[in-house]
Design a protein around this ligand. Structure first.
Ligand code: NDP
Length: 499
């Protein structure tokens, strides 16, 4: 951790939230500092929680689950969720400022993401009112059979640092809509906005204990949540390696689990693409958020006839990207989130060079900036088996490969253990649908990239995860289906008859 250049008294104190109370770490009273990636200086002091805090948070969440929150109807929960959306918009400046400071995300990106957070609560308010069970036709004349969606219970939500509040809203909004209660573990790099959401939820009418935040580190707090017998479902977003550990831990209690993990998403640019639109889409895909997005379009597969022209355009655009402070409205690319990530991205670049990829632009640290900055970087002559074509970098690094035929493009795109997203650039409607069908990816965009909505399911194939977030589909992940059989004839059956 960087040396503390601020006096301790200047650091903002951010307590945990358990059962509606702002608390320090119960056992140790220990703290850690959250660091501003643009200045590399600590700015907030946060409790370093452990198993005792998770126990307390789960107990509070269980009490709220069977207590006040269980007494709300779907209509009542919808009113609360709509109020949350209003309050999030009221506090947008405060929330966006916290997010930018904690994660290094551009302030204007953070503002846009906070508006999405409000959208998510609005959308799931609608589903709280409208999701229904079914009546089930059976072969029994004298039975009424119906299903009910029952809240799955206490949800452990574990989120990463790259879009902290939005990815948390993807879990909290459907969980509350379904009638669940929640224990959150934010990334230790970005705890601020998960904590700031607490008072907003309370003001909107979420009862004490229904939303708890335990700060601390993954191997202590995260692991304690995934292994806790009082947690009914774990909703995790993070790296594939951690996701596998989370899944193994959760299954010991048969805890339900959804995993939103990493990616190595391909953008396929065909010879019939609109070149300007494709160029723009590729830049958006890889450099937004300094490449620290799970859906980063980090592999460009381009038809050989367009390769040189597209790469030249990309290099020109990459070199013109304005790198700088997240709070400067002119900035287009901010720093990486921390020193570990900075070193990891530079190592990926070094490996790509050693393995023979051609560094077409970038590759270094921009001059004149303190903070964890890396230049927008493009590699050409990438071979599909190189690390840069297979491993998630989570930084502003694009790997370019050529193809000759549609079949080759599909094969290259699917040549990864991941399967989160893909972009197709083609003006041929037949090809666009044909290729979309052939790609193994949870989301496929055609002539666009990075569009998303609370209504559209999101998640990955293969090592990109298990399950889907968003849309009607995610409500099932926060519910158990209960099937009820009602005998309507009032008759007494032969106890030894099975029909
Ligand atoms: P990590 O997997 O390192 O961490 C994610 C969260 O898990 C953090 O809160 C972390 O805590 C916690 N954690 C760490 N170890 C454990 C453990 N043993 N048990 C339980 N929880 C644990 O991911 P990053 O934070 O580095 O985020 C980047 C990754 O997230 C990338 O791979 C990216 O692709 C993926 N991602 C996926 C998205 C998707 O929707 N598919 C969206 C956004 C990101 P701590 O911070 O304290 O270590």
């Amino acid at each position: 951790m960087t040396a503390n250049k601020l006096a301790d008294s200047q650091l903002v104190t951010l307590p945990m939230l358990i059962d509606g109370k702002a608390v320090p770490a119960a056992d140790s009273g220990r703290t850690f500092d959250s660091v501003d990636p643009a200045s590399q200086m600590p700015w907030a002091r946060v409790p370093d929680g452990d198993v005792a805090d998770v126990d307390a948070a789960v107990a509070a969440a269980r009490a709220a689950l069977t207590g006040p929150w269980s007494q709300t109807t779907g209509f009542g929960r919808a009113r609360v969720l709509r109020r949350i959306a209003e309050l999030v918009m009221r506090d947008i400046d405060h929330l966006a400022g916290l997010e930018a400071r904690d994660s290094g995300r551009l302030l204007r990106d953070a503002e846009a993401q906070i508006t999405f957070v409000a959208d998510w609560f609005q959308y799931f308010a609608g589903l709280a009112e409208t999701v229904t069970g079914q009546t089930i036709p059976t072969d029994h004349l004298d039975m009424l059979v119906y299903t009910e969606a029952v809240p799955v219970g206490v949800v452990g939500a574990i989120v990463p640092w790259n879009a902290p509040l939005l990815l948390l809203a993807w879990k909290v909004a459907p969980a509350l809509a379904a009638g669940c209660t929640i224990v959150v573990k934010p990334s230790d790099y970005t705890p601020a906005t998960a904590l700031a959401l607490g008072p907003i939820l309370a003001e909107a009418g979420v009862p004490d204990g229904a939303y708890n935040v335990v700060t601390g580190f993954g191997p202590a707090v995260g692991q304690a949540i995934t292994a806790h017998p009082g947690v009914n479902k774990v909703a995790f977003t993070g790296s594939t390696a951690t996701g596998i550990a989370v899944g193994k831990s959760a299954v010991t209690n048969l805890t339900r689990v959804t995993l939103e993990l990493g990616g190595k998403s391909a953008q396929l640019v065909f010879e019939d693409a609109d070149p300007e639109a494709a160029l723009n889409g590729v830049i958006n895909g890889i450099f937004i958020g300094t490449g620290q997005t799970c859906i980063a379009g980090s592999r460009l597969l381009v038809h050989e006839s367009l390769h040189d022209e597209l790469v030249a355009g990309l290099i020109a655009r990459a070199k013109a990207i304005r790198i700088g402070s997240p709070t400067d409205t002119n900035t287009q690319m901010g720093p990486l989130v921390n020193g570990i990530q900075h070193a990891a991205v530079l190592e990926h670049i070094a490996v790509a060079r050693r393995q023979g990829a051609t560094l077409a632009c970038g590759g270094g640290i921009p001059e004149g900036l303190t903070g964890w900055y890396v230049e927008p970087t493009i590699f050409t002559d990438v071979h599909p088996e190189m690390d840069i074509a297979q491993k998630e970098v989570f930084g502003p690094v694009l790997a370019v490969m050529k193809f000759r035929t549609e079949e080759e493009a599909i094969e290259l795109a699917n040549n990864t253990k991941f399967g989160l997203a893909a972009g197709i650039w083609s003006q041929n409607v037949h090809r666009a649908h044909r290729v979309a069908r052939a790609l193994r990816a949870g989301t496929v965009w055609v002539n666009t990239y990075r569009a998303y909505s609370p209504a559209a399911p999101f998640g990955g194939f293969g090592h990109s995860g298990i399950g889907r977030e968003n849309g009607l589909e995610v409500m099932r992940a926060y519910s158990e289906t209960k099937t009820v059989w009602v005998e309507t004839a009032g008759a007494t059956r032969d106890p030894f008859s099975i029909r």
